[in-house]
Structure formats: structure tokens, C-alpha cells
Design a binder for this molecule. Structure first.
Ligand SMILES: Nc1ncnc2c1ncn2[C@@H]1O[C@H](COP(=O)(O)OP(=O)(O)OP(=O)(O)O)[C@@H](O)[C@H]1O
Length: 785
């Protein structure tokens, strides 16, 4: 062993940091190591199986595809745990690169968070990050990885190499395995267990862990070496103590029965040769732990909620529980039958909203006859709204050697897109109807996704818009259907007010809805940028059009036109001098000044023309700088009215003052004119602000407000403010030292508690959403396009 030339490598610094976190703060999570190693073994086997579809020679070296786990206690009470797979294996270069560096996205962000949080916090973080191979150091103070890559054209003569590292070293060694190519193909990980981790030598403990966390992790058999006592003839005792071979059947065959046959046969033979004189000996036996067929192949009635959850967590490496799921089988219409489980995760990753409009679905695991093919269905495999979905789909009839490229052009993939989006909308609709409390949790996460989907996906528009929830002036959450149930007689519109970024409590007090609110009408209060886009795309719900209440032309639906007209005309006549004067004062800012029919409390407001921009749309447009410059934008921006409330004492007072202004040139009172000029200016700017618009020059506005305040306080309007300040010190040519730059540490804010799980029973529904009970899954769960 010592003669072999060993090459020493330093770990990449991120790996050193990660190993430190693992070793220092994750004691209570150390069970995860086994799950992580089994998951890596499974990935390696899947890679091998996929490669073998196009290059058969990779299969040489080891006959079967499996994972085996063996505990080896030693005489001093310590011991090793060995996890072996016959997967794709690693070349010495791959050992160095894969195990010595961290190539995950978000690594430094994760490390910084983990280093700043306590053990529990770190535990939560790992679930999202995945420690992978490094979790070995939770239980082992020394790890050895022997690996031999699969034979290929590029590597026709692979050699078995060893990676060796201690938990407390910042370097690792790579060298040819002194035992030679004993593995044939694949990877063997030997954990030299820490003195306080010897519980992992117990087969009961290992069995329990694998059942709990990993029985769904692989479609390949997972074997555990166990010991059982049998009676044997005295002289045969020596023979039976040798280790049994792993009874790996091919995963495509009916493995369960064959396995049992092998074990029983051995016992039978032993029994046949039984002599009267026997003794009890321990024999090694490889027991397959994941004998059940994969979960998606089982009858949904036999799968428990816990099994669905665990399968989700293991398969998609998410330690939170899914909010809902749906398990079904169907026929793609082009003759491909399949089984699938679709999950609604408990969160939408932040990157979802940051990424472009293309739905980059990374978590639809497509299999063909249990063989994993890909989880990359291409960029437009799903509409953006559904691209967060996590699903497994197992197709029966696609050609097995379908490559990713040819796959993308198959009809099946297009149909899969329709199947998944349709089913997803269906699951969500059903939770909404049948489990309102659970739907609340889903809504808290996905409300904007529903709105986005209604805009983007015309096929699912109705279903998704029905799921969207809105705040109103009367309640926190309503669907469009519930809104219509509350519609008043004669009301011909769904009223909404949109102002992105504003709190709904503030919107509820908006000048635009004061009359609607006072009269008891319900108004949707929209404060997300998506909302405006949503209503403009949807336009109507159940034939009732949306009406932006910040626009001219608001109708309640119960007006008597004659009376209203007469009243407005009489006010217009009475306020004519003020309207004319204000129009001159407002200049270019508005098209006209008119008597308002919508104000109750406020004195005035700026209302957009039916074709103009409301404050919200103006904000949306101005965030897009290219649109800002156009002539149409500038023109449309001016399509505004200043509405005044004829019942407001302020307006009445202003009318009187305007009427008192001498019209003749010689009698002009310039001071009074200036003062009124200022009042008008503050009034118009105030109306803009109150209506959500930006004031053209906010400095000038506040200088005027300042002057009016001084006047009302009796302070001199012209007295200057003391504007002296201490000047900055002279230029410093030196950079500040590190001590000078040290800032107070801000503790890392912990994420909120996970929402409670939503249980979902799998039931059969047909395309008209009717429930079909008690029909066998093979025939009943059917998806047709
Ligand atoms: N048993 C194995 N057989 C072949 N390659 C392996 C095996 N275990 C690990 N590797 C390689 O080492 C790399 C690093 O493994 P590690 O577990 O640290 O991260 P990961 O598997 O990529 O991520 P995660 O485990 O979080 O999903 C893997 O991507 C894989 O290429």
C-alpha cells in the first residue's frame, strides 16, 4: 500500500469551508450522509444506464447495476461502512475534480449563510443546498473512495484509483488502488466511522435509515449485507461463513421473485444435506431493501401520503413537503401510455421571477420503462407559469434509445406539455373547491403564478384566472366569481383600482373609490405590477368587463341619467369662473377641468381619460425607458382631467375668491393674484399626488407648501433659513484600514416556518372533472388529449 505513488491535492477553499460547516454544526443531522451517498450512487447508475443506450461497452466490467452497503466491524470495536455502486465510476481526474471542488451554483451564498447561522438554521439550509459527498465527514474521520470508470472508446482501459482524505485535513490524496481493478466498474466508498458514529455499523439502524429516506431514491436494487442464523451440519460450518455474492438481477427483470428464490434455494440445499448433528452459524445474506416497484408504478390506493412526500423529498432534493400532488396514468393520444406524479412544491424559487418569460422546466424527470432519460425537456417544454412543477413521467412505449435531441422533436413531448399543464390546473382547481384552507396555503405561494398563467396561457386562462385572489375595499381575499356574487343591481363592471407597490390599506382610502366605497360597491385593489397586465389581458370575467376606477367614465349602473345630467350642468354653470380659471392655471397638464361625480370627501382629483394612462400604467410605462420617449406616450400622458368636488367647502371658497378678482386691468390686486396662483398650483400638484401621479417638480411643490405653512403659522415668509454646514475634511490619499471598515455584525434573519403540509388524496377524475371511484388504476386513470 505504501509503495504506491500518491499525489497530494489541496481542496478548493469552498470545500474546506463546507467541510468545516459539516463537521462543526451538523451533528444532529448526520443521518443525511447515507441518503446523500445512495443518491450519488443512483445518479452514477442512471448515467451508466443512459450511456449504455448508445454505447454498450460501458456495461462491461460488472454484470449488474446495483448499490450495495456493507458494515465491517473491526476487532477494536471500531469499524467501516462501505457503499458500493456499479455505476459510471470516475477516472482519477474526475475523482480530483468532483470530490476536490464545489461546482454548485449559489455555493458562496450558501456558505456565507451557513457560517452565520446556528446549527438548526444550518440544518434547514442544507436541505435546500445538498451536501452531497461531503456529508461523509459527518460520520467518518477518514474516507476512501475507490473508483473505476466505465469502459468507453475514449477510455478503453480504465484503471481503479483511490481518493483518500481525513476529516481534519485540507488536502486529499489520489493514487492507483493497490488492490488493482477489483471493482470491475463503479465506485466504492469506505467510511472509517468516528468513535461516536459506530451506531451506523448496526444493520438494523442502516435498514431503518434506508427505508425511511432512500427506499424511493433508486430504481436500482439496494442491497444490505446482513447476517442470519441457520442450522448447518457441523462439518459444513466453515464453508457457510464466507460472504455470499450479491444476487443482483437485472433491474428490468422481475427482480423481486428472483431474489427471494435465490435466498430460499440456498437454505433448501442446506436443509437437504442436513445431518442429525447440526450447529447454528451466522451466514451473510444480501437483502434487497427496495423491493417495492417504484412508487409511480404502484396503485395510488396503496401509496401513503408519507410515501409520496418522502419520494418527493428524495427525488427533488427538497426538504420541505409538497403542498399537493396528483398521481395518474394515461395515454398521450399518439399511443404512448405513461404514468406520472405531479407535485406542487411548497415554494417557488426566487430565480423563477427573475428569469425570463421562457419556462425552463428542470424538474420533470422523464423516464422510459423505468429508465431515467432526462430532466431537461428544453426551454419551452412548459409554459412559464407551470415551469416550477416537479414531476416524474414514465412512458411505456417510447423507443428506449431516444436521445435528448430526438426526444425534443417527438410528438409525445408536446403532448406531455399539454398533459402536465392541464392536470396541474385541474389539481389546483380541485383543491380550491374541496379544501379551502389548503388552497389558502397554495394561494399564498402561487397567486401571482395564476395571474401570470392566465395572461400567458390562453388554454388554461379560465381555470387559472378563477384561482387568482384579490384584495378589495371590503375583504382581504376574493376570487372573481365571488366578486360577481357581490355585484349590485345594475352594476355592469368589475371595478378595480391599480397602483403598484401601494399597500391595499392605502388604496382602500384612495380618492378614486371614495364614492364607490361610501355607496357599498366592492372594488378590487391591485398593487402588483402583474395585476394591471392581468386585467388588461383578461378584459372580462363571465362577460362582465373590468373598469379602472381611476379613469373617466365611471358608471355605478343605477344612475338616472336625466337627473344626473341636470345636476352636473347646474354645478358647471355655478362653478364656471373657477373651472375656467383653473384650466388656465393647469395649462398643459390636463385636457380640461370638470365637475366630478366620483368625489365625496376629497376636493379634487386627476382622472385619466378612457384612452389615457392611469398613474399605475404611467409608472409601468416609465419603467420601460424605450417607450417613454415616443410621441404617443407624451400625447397619451396628457389625456387627463382635473375633477373638482362642487360640494367641497375648499372649492366653494376658492370659487368666491376667484369671483372677487377684479377683471379690469386698473383694479388688479397683484398680491392676491400671486397668492391664488400659489393655491392653484398646490391644489393641482396635491391632486396629482392624491391620484397617484408624480408631481412634475416636487421641489417647487414643497417650497410652495412651505410658504403656505409659514403663512398659516404667522412666520415670516421671507426670513432665510440658516444654511451653514460644516465643510468636509480635506482629501485623504490613504485607503481606510481594515479596522476602520469593520462594521457591526447583523445576524442572519432566519426563514419563516414552513407552511403546514397539504394532504392530497389521489382520486380518479375524467376530463369533465367528474370523480370516478374504485376503478383500477391501469384502466381508469386516463389522460387523453
Ligand atoms: N458514487 C459516485 N459515482 C460516480 N460519481 C460520483 C459518485 N459520487 C459522487 N460523484 C461525482 O462527484 C460529484 C460531486 O458529488 P457531490 O455529492 O458532492 O455533489 P452532487 O452529487 O453533484 O450534488 P448533490 O449531491 O448535492 O446533488 C458528482 O456530481 C459526481 O460527478
Amino acid at each position: 500500500n505504501e509503495d504506491v505513488p500518491k499525489q497530494k491535492f489541496d481542496y478548493q477553499s469552498d470545500v474546506t469551508r463546507l467541510r468545516k460547516i459539516v463537521i462543526n454544526s451538523l451533528y444532529s443531522h448526520r443521518d443525511v450522509f447515507l441518503r446523500e451517498l445512495i443518491s450519488n450512487a443512483n445518479d452514477a447508475l442512471e448515467k451508466l444506464r443512459l450511456t449504455s443506450l448508445t454505447d454498450k461497452q460501458v456495461l462491461s466490467g460488472a454484470e449488474h447495476l446495483n448499490i450495495s452497503i456493507k458494515a465491517i466491524p473491526d476487532k477494536d470495536g471500531f469499524g467501516q461502512l462501505v457503499i458500493t455502486d456499479t455505476g459510471i465510476g470516475m477516472t482519477p481526474e474526475e475523482l480530483t475534480k468532483n470530490l476536490g471542488t464545489l461546482a454548485k451554483s449559489g455555493t458562496s451564498e450558501f456558505l456565507a449563510k451557513a457560517e452565520n447561522s446556528d446549527a438548526t438554521g444550518t440544518g434547514n439550509l442544507i436541505g435546500a443546498f445538498g451536501l452531497g459527498f461531503y456529508s461523509s465527514f459527518l460520520v467518518a474521520d477518514h474516507v476512501r473512495v475507490a473508483s473505476i470508470a466505465a469502459k468507453s472508446e475514449k477510455n478503453p482501459n480504465p484503471q481503479q484509483y483511490m481518493f483518500s482524505s481525513s476529516a481534519d485535513e485540507s488536502s486529499f490524496e489520489i493514487y492507483p488502488d493497490p488492490r488493482g481493478n477489483v471493482l470491475g466498474r463503479g465506485t466504492e466508498i469506505t467510511l472509517f466511522l468516528k468513535p461516536d458514529a459506530l451506531e451506523y455499523l448496526s444493520t438494523e439502524k442502516l435498514e431503518e435509515l434506508i427505508h425511511k429516506h432512500s427506499s424511493f431514491a433508486s430504481t436500482f436494487p439496494i442491497y444490505l449485507l446482513t447476517q442470519k442464523s441457520i442450522e448447518v451440519p457441523d462439518e459444513d460450518a466453515e464453508k457457510t461463513e464466507t460472504e455470499a455474492p450479491i444476487p443482483s438481477p437485472s433491474p428490468e427483470s422481475d427482480e423481486t421473485d428472483e431474489d427471494e428464490a435465490i435466498v430460499e434455494e440456498t437454505i433448501e440445499e442446506v436443509k437437504k444435506e442436513e445431518e442429525p448433528k447440526t450447529k447454528t452459524v451466522a451466514v451473510d445474506e444480501w437483502v434487497q431493501l427496495n423491493k417495492q416497484p417504484p412508487i409511480w408504478m404502484r396503485d395510488p390506493k396503496t401509496v401513503t401520503d408519507e410515501e409520496y412526500e418522502l419520494f418527493y423529498q428524495v427525488t427533488f432534493k427538497d426538504n420541505t413537503k409538497p403542498l399537493a400532488w396528483y398521481h395518474f396514468s394515461g395515454d398521450s393520444g399518439s399511443g404512448v401510455s405513461f404514468r406520472a406524479i405531479i407535485y406542487v412544491p411548497s415554494f417557488v424559487p426566487e430565480s423563477y421571477w427573475q428569469a425570463g418569460i421562457q419556462g425552463d422546466a428542470k424538474d420533470v424527470r422523464l423516464m422510459v420503462k423505468r429508465v431515467f432519460i432526462t430532466n431537461d425537456l428544453g426551454e419551452d417544454a412548459l409554459p412559464k407559469w407551470a415551469s416550477w412543477v416537479k414531476a416524474v413521467v414514465d412512458a411505456e412505449d417510447l423507443p428506449l434509445n431516444v436521445s435528448r435531441e430526438t426526444l425534443q422533436s417527438t410528438k409525445f413531448l408536446k403532448q406531455l406539455k399539454t398533459i402536465i399543464t392541464k392536470r396541474l390546473a385541474q389539481i389546483l382547481g380541485r383543491v380550491q373547491e374541496e379544501e379551502p384552507e389548503k388552497f389558502k396555503e397554495i394561494s399564498a405561494v402561487y397567486n401571482n403564478v395564476f395571474k401570470l398563467g392566465a395572461v400567458e396561457d390562453s388554454k388554461s386562462r379560465e381555470k387559472l384566472a378563477a384561482l387568482a385572489r384579490f384584495s378589495t375595499n371590503q375583504r382581504n381575499s376574493t376570487s372573481l366569481d365571488e366578486y360577481l356574487e357581490n355585484r349590485k343591481q345594475g352594476q355592469k363592471h368589475i371595478f378595480y383600482l391599480a397602483d403598484m407597490g401601494k399597500d391595499t390599506a392605502v388604496l382602500a382610502k384612495s380618492v378614486f373609490i371614495e364614492k364607490l366605497h361610501a355607496r357599498g360597491y366592492e372594488v378590487l385593489l391591485l398593487n402588483d405590477p402583474l395585476d394591471e397586465i392581468f386585467v388588461q389581458n383578461i378584459k372580462k370575467w363571465k362577460a362582465v368587463p373590468f373598469q379602472d376606477v381611476a379613469k373617466a367614465g365611471l358608471k355605478f349602473g343605477d344612475e338616472s341619467p336625466e337627473e344626473e345630467k341636470a345636476e352636473l350642468e347646474s354645478f358647471a354653470e355655478q362653478f364656471k369662473p373657477l373651472l375656467t380659471w383653473l384650466k388656465k392655471e393647469a395649462g398643459e397638464l390636463v385636457r380640461d377641468v370638470i365637475i366630478s361625480n366620483r368625489l365625496v370627501l376629497s376636493s379634487c382629483a386627476i382622472v385619466a381619460d378612457a384612452h389615457g394612462y392611469t398613474a399605475n400604467v404611467e409608472k409601468l410605462m416609465s419603467s420601460n425607458t424605450s417607450q417613454k420617449k415616443g410621441f404617443i406616450y407624451e400625447y397619451t400622458k396628457k389625456l387627463k382631467y382635473l375633477e373638482i368636488n362642487p360640494r367641497s367647502p375648499l372649492m366653494e371658497g376658492l370659487l368666491r375668491r376667484v369671483e372677487q378678482l377684479p377683471t379690469e386691468e386698473e383694479g388688479r390686486d397683484l398680491d392676491a393674484e400671486d397668492e391664488l396662483h400659489e393655491v392653484a398650483s398646490v391644489l393641482i400638484d396635491g391632486a396629482l399626488v392624491r391620484s397617484g401621479f408624480e408631481v412634475p417638480d416636487s421641489n417647487a411643490f414643497f417650497t410652495r407648501v412651505d410658504r403656505i405653512l409659514r403663512r398659516s403659522l404667522g412666520v415670516s415668509e421671507t426670513a432665510p433659513t440658516d444654511t451653514r454646514v460644516k465643510p468636509a475634511p480635506p482629501v485623504d490619499p490613504e485607503l481606510p484600514s481594515e479596522e476602520e471598515l469593520v462594521e457591526e455584525e447583523v445576524p442572519f434573519p432566519m426563514p419563516p416556518q414552513q407552511p403546514e403540509q397539504v394532504k392530497w388524496e389521489v382520486e380518479e377524475i375524467d376530463d369533465d372533472d367528474n370523480l370516478i371511484a374504485d376503478v383500477k388504476v391501469e384502466t381508469a386513470r386516463h389522460d387523453e388529449l
